[in-house]
Design a protein around this ligand. Structure first.
Ligand SMILES: [Zn+2]
Length: 249
């Protein structure tokens, strides 16, 4: 899934709820920003997007929307891979405050390697924070998201943000995982591209921790273009295809 406008391109490498989500924003073909970093991100980048380890040095920043495993699980592999290839450029890692998982990954990989070949700038963001990742401006905005497990279907709120990326008059908004909220409404208004989670299918109303496809489409129509990601209906389709092929018992 790819979108491009005036040297600003977006590619959704992978996105399924409860599995992984990773999106690459590429600016002028020289600087890339990875938005979320689920499991398999290294495979997706190395075997599909870059096809050349050297190109990982283009990644200036990793923006994490929240610390659920399907958005952050691949960060450890990515960071250790960057050390293995001898990266020297500093890496920005942005994550909503207070971070537990990202901090833990960074500490673990640094201790395991006895120091990394590159420096890491960990930035814990709150609503309204602006990062200048030259030539891109990134603004974090708070969204509403909860932990949801079988044991605890309406769990605690977790620190969660969306990101608004601006470059050369083009603005791209990434929702992260969120239920309906005024900040997201405000951010998508007039954006050139909105990348929106759409976890629940039509007619499913399963709490306020995610958007339904209908809600995401209504929001997306406030932007010039939109892409729906993190769709449970797509996950179900894939599982049904596997079942038809006899790959599942
Ligand atoms: Zn989540």
């Amino acid at each position: 899934l790819k979108w491009c406008s005036d040297g600003f391109s977006i590619e959704v490498l992978y996105s399924l709820p409860g599995v992984a989500t990773q999106v690459v924003a590429s600016i002028g073909g020289v600087l890339d920003i990875l938005i979320d970093c689920g499991d398999g991100v290294l495979r997706d980048l190395l075997m599909g997007y870059y096809l050349d380890a050297e190109l990982f040095n283009r990644i200036a920043a990793v923006l994490i929307s929240h610390e659920h495993f399907d958005h952050v699980g691949g960060l450890y592999s990515l960071m250790d891979f960057m050390h293995m290839i001898g990266r020297v450029e500093r890496l920005i890692v942005a994550v909503p405050r207070p971070s537990i998982v990202v901090k833990g990954f960074i500490r673990a990989v640094e201790e395991w390697r006895g120091g990394l070949s590159y420096g890491v700038d960990l930035i814990e963001v709150v609503d309204g924070d602006v990062l200048h990742i030259d030539p891109v401006e990134v603004r974090a905005f708070e969204v509403v998201h909860r932990s949801r497990t079988r044991m605890e279907p309406h769990g605690r709120r977790v620190p969660a943000v969306g990101y608004s990326l601006s470059y050369g008059g083009v603005r791209v908004v990434y929702s992260g995982d969120t239920g309906p909220c005024p900040s997201l409404e405000r951010e998508v208004e007039g954006a050139d591209l909105a990348i929106l989670e759409a976890t629940w299918g039509r007619g499913e109303v399963l709490g306020d921790s995610h958007l339904t496809e209908d809600e995401a489409i209504r929001l997306g129509e406030k932007a010039r273009h939109y892409i729906l990601i993190h769709r449970r209906s797509r996950l179900m389709e894939i599982l049904e295809e596997l079942e038809r092929e006899g790959r599942r018992a």
